[in-house]
Design a protein around this ligand. Sequence first.
Ligand code: SF4
Length: 288
Amino acid sequence: MDELVKAHLDHRRSWQDFDYCYPVISRRSKGVSLGVNLNPDKVCNFDCVYCEVDRQTPARRADLDLEQLTQEMAALLDLTLSGELFATAPFNSASAGQRRLNDIAFSGDGEPTTLREFPAVVARMADLKRARGLDDVKLVLITDASRLRAPEIVEGLDILMANQGEIWAKLDAGTEAYYREINRSKVPFTRILDNLAATAERWPIVIQTLFLRWQGQGPSAGEVEAYIHCLQALRERGKLKGLQLYTVARPTPEPEARPLPAAELDLLAAQVSDALPGVPVEVFYGPA
Ligand code: SF4
């Protein structure tokens, strides 16, 4: 396995001695994505069965130092732009096509929208991008959608979307029961759906869905039907920019959370495409 494939698989959220920012070659971004881990404390309001975050080992730190975070991202931007990043393993095995900076992504070891300082961090990242003339570089929020209508998050989204923003929001279920089983959150499923609809009314959103084999079973036909119905309802109220379907790609602490085989994922993608004409559907496979 080459170094880059290994990096895809472990998707390490660390870079040297940095606490918040890290570079990855991203399958979904098809280039370099500079991550901002807003949850080094590993706090999340979901507890997905497939979550790969190791919550057994202690967190690096629990606070957010905005100055340090900004300096870390500035350093990574400069390393990427100068090409120095690609002199370091595993980035030295990136193909020419992968050596492009695609985005700064708010992601990490928990849910980024649980952080009150979210709008301030987005503003800082937009400033860094602007100062370097990086108009084409996106700001991507990867979210579980649980807090998309909180006032400070809407404030942050206003800044994000004014700076080549994209919202990639999770929807892994079509029913409350399956959502509770897979995402194991106390946030009501109806709130997730309402948040997604309210956000899509205002901005185009990308839905990210992870389908898996959980305890030996993929999602039932009824679950998939309900999920498609949720997407159709969402599209009636707002704009769906696209769908990303993926499966478990890395080892997870829950051994019963396994990848859905590629053929089953393809079948689901075809079903979703048929039900949502005009919405681009991308599929990302886990290891066979
Ligand atoms: S939302 Fe993300 S970080 Fe939170 S439990 Fe699920 S996979 Fe893990």
